[in-house]
Write a protein that binds this ligand. Structure first.
Ligand SMILES: Nc1ncnc2c1ncn2[C@@H]1O[C@H](COP(=O)(O)OP(=O)(O)OP(=O)(O)O)[C@@H](O)[C@H]1O
Ligand SMILES: [Mg+2]
Length: 146
């Protein structure tokens, strides 16, 4: 199912809805070109989990962990990380199967590592500067967030 996000607020609302549905071990795979809103969505998801700390883009060779919310958040950026080998080196399975919620930006670059039950969120540019198109696959209750 595809939905139009008319502005940043609507993308944030989707992040909040995903936070409400997240459980320990939820993996959210974000796919979309540069600037389509993957980090924006992640920030809203973190806020929805009750994480007070400011979420920033993870940089090379790191994974960011945020505590203090309803669930911990593990934030990967596969593009800035450099791909699947680096994900292995970071011990990604410990995160995917852990007690928190994992978000992977540029998840298409590490597709082979994603669990079968990952919630896949695809973002694309719309017609105007603030529009995005979103498509979701995965957990039914997450898709209900659309
Ligand atoms: N509907 C929208 N949803 C999300 N972001 C929007 C929207 N409209 C405009 N924007 C703007 O688009 C930019 C999205 O940047 P963001 O860092 O979230 O993208 P990204 O997908 O994480 O990029 P990157 O691939 O570099 O990590 C922000 O500057 C935001 O203000
Ligand atoms: Mg980003």
């Amino acid at each position: 199912m595809e939905r139009l996000l008319r502005n940043e607020n609507e993308t944030e609302a989707l992040g909040l809805a995903l936070a409400a549905k997240a459980r320990p071990g939820t993996v959210i795979a974000l796919i979309g070109d540069l600037g389509t809103g993957k980090t924006t969505l992640t920030k809203a998801l973190a806020a929805g989990l009750g994480i007070a700390e400011r979420v920033t883009s993870p940089t090379f060779a790191i994974i960011k962990e945020y505590a203090g919310g309803r669930l911990p958040l593990y934030h990967f950026d596969a593009y800035r990380l450099g791909g699947a080998e680096e994900m292995y080196a970071l011990g990604f399975e410990e995160y995917f199967c852990g007690d928190g919620v994992t978000v992977v930006e540029w998840a298409n670059l590490v597709e082979e590592l994603l669990p079968e039950d990952a919630i896949v969120v695809e973002l694309a540019y719309g017609q105007s500067a603030d529009e995005r198109l979103v498509r979701m696959k995965g957990a039914c209750d997450a898709s209900a967030a659309l």
